[in-house]
Design a protein around this ligand. Structure first.
Ligand code: NAG
Ligand code: NAG
Ligand code: NAG
Ligand code: NAG
Ligand code: NAG
Ligand code: NAG
Ligand code: NAG
Ligand code: CA
Length: 343
């Protein structure tokens, strides 16, 4: 009678525990947030919460995300035109009998786009100047460097005149421009590689690892209109091929391998002379012709892991771990199939 009561109570308790479990459920999505722009692009969001009901008493949480996004695309925004900086003043020049200096600017920084406004004001500016008499032009100077290093700019060159000893009449003035102005792009120069860094340390201390060296396209960094460096910025090489000294051992003929800080055994499924060759190589026997399975060994005991199963080495590997296998610790063997070995 007492026993039955206890069983009934237990069942009731279990049921109440099962029933009290509540899985989470999402609320409905909120409405989309407003698309509060008149031009350009943005995103709209909506959200929901896992409170309808919330998960309780070990019930599962809601699946999926609580936020959702959609793009809101409008016409491109208007771009108002903007003047470049003024060029420098030209030297004094005589045009139609009056001496002036000139400077220019253009509406390309940026040009107007998408119904943006034109630049306001004049693209040329003059001021009068005092002019000296001359008897002819000298050669043009080199072009000045571009006024902008990242976009469109202006550059100029000058020439000078040979002056008379004294001014006689307006006809002695040099006619024409003293300064020549043109639109320019900043000079494009290509990037160059730095030297390779030194090799990083090997990723392993024994066995096969990788190391790398790097370089960057900053010697120099390419200018806005220059080319990026060609080729990879990373170089990877195989390193440190010494055998790991303690990675395998034979104990009374039983092959043991050290993985994850623990000695374990190898299953003989698929184990053939190629696999034996690699194991013997790890033991320091290179190119042994006599590597073979040995059956008269004391098998590993149940407290040892079986690390490798279905080994398929081609015989050239430096470690059994490089051969195809089921994955470290994955096997369908017991210790009666442990590999024993003769090298
Ligand atoms: C989750 O909530 C929605 C909206 O309130 C409802 O339609 C749905 O039936 C609920 N699902 C569960 C499993 O409670
Ligand atoms: C806006 O989105 C459109 C379509 O995806 C794209 O072509 C355009 O470049 C975007 N404009 C801006 C200013 O991001
Ligand atoms: C939730 O699960 C844990 C571990 O399974 C258990 O110890 C705990 O009592 C459970 N809590 C509830 C309220 O069921
Ligand atoms: C207009 O161009 C000048 C240089 O040409 C620049 O310094 C300035 O930031 C530009 N202004 C705008 C609004 O683009
Ligand atoms: C040209 O002349 C102007 C005005 O005299 C001066 O500021 C500028 O440096 C000269 N430019 C060159 C390239 O010689
Ligand atoms: C089983 O193997 C482990 C690890 O090699 C060893 O420490 C232990 O003494 C062995 N036990 C028996 C009963 O052989
Ligand atoms: C290993 O498994 C085989 C069958 O797969 C079984 O006959 C044998 O008794 C097992 N050996 C041990 C030591 O568990
Ligand atoms: Ca197997």
């Amino acid at each position: 009678m007492g026993t039955i009561l206890i069983i009934i109570l237990t069942i009731a308790l279990l049921q109440s525990e099962v029933q009290s479990k509540v899985d989470g459920n999402w609320t409905d999505w909120s409405t989309w947030s407003a698309c509060a722009i008149t031009c350009g692009n943005t995103t709209q969001t909506r959200s929901r919460a896992c409170t309808n009901p919330p998960a309780a008493d070990n019930g599962t949480d809601c699946e999926g995300t609580s936020d959702d996004y959609q793009p809101c695309l409008r016409e491109p925004c208007p771009v108002d035109g903007n003047w470049t900086d003024w060029s420098s003043w030209s030297a004094c020049s005589v045009t139609r009998g009056s001496a002036t200096k000139t400077r220019i600017r253009t509406c390309i920084s940026p040009p107007p786009a998408h119904k943006g406004t034109e630049c306001e004001g004049a693209s040329e500016d003059y001021k009068s100047c005092v002019h000296k008499p001359c008897r002819g032009w000298g050669p043009w100077s080199e072009w000045s460097s571009c006024s902008s290093t990242s976009g469109v700019g202006i550059q100029h060159r000058n020439r000078s005149w040979y002056s008379w000893p004294s001014f006689t009449s307006i006809d002695d003035l040099c006619d024409g421009d003293y300064t020549d102005v043109q639109i320019c792009m900043p000079s494009a120069f290509d990037g160059g590689w730095t030297q390779w860094s030194s090799w990083s340390t090997c990723s392993v201390t024994c066995g096969i690892g990788l190391n790398q060296r790097t370089r960057s396209c900053t010697n120099p960094r390419p200018s806005t209109f220059g080319h990026h460096c060609e080729g990879p910025n990373i170089d990877v090489a195989i390193c440190n091929k010494q055998h790991c000294p303690t990675s395998v051992r034979l104990r009374d003929g039983l092959l043991e391998i050290y993985v994850n800080g623990q000695w374990g055994t190898v299953c003989d499924d698929e184990f053939d002379s190629n696999d034996a060759k690699v194991a013997c190589r790890m033991l320091g026997f290179d190119n042994t012709q006599t590597a073979r399975l040995r059956s008269d060994v004391v098998r590993g005991n149940v407290s040892m892991p079986i690390w490798l199963d279905d080994l398929r080495c081609n015989g050239n590997e430096d470690s059994l771990l490089e051969c195809s296998h089921n994955g470290v610790g994955t096997h369908n063997c017991n210790h009666s199939k442990d590999v024993g070995l003769v090298c």
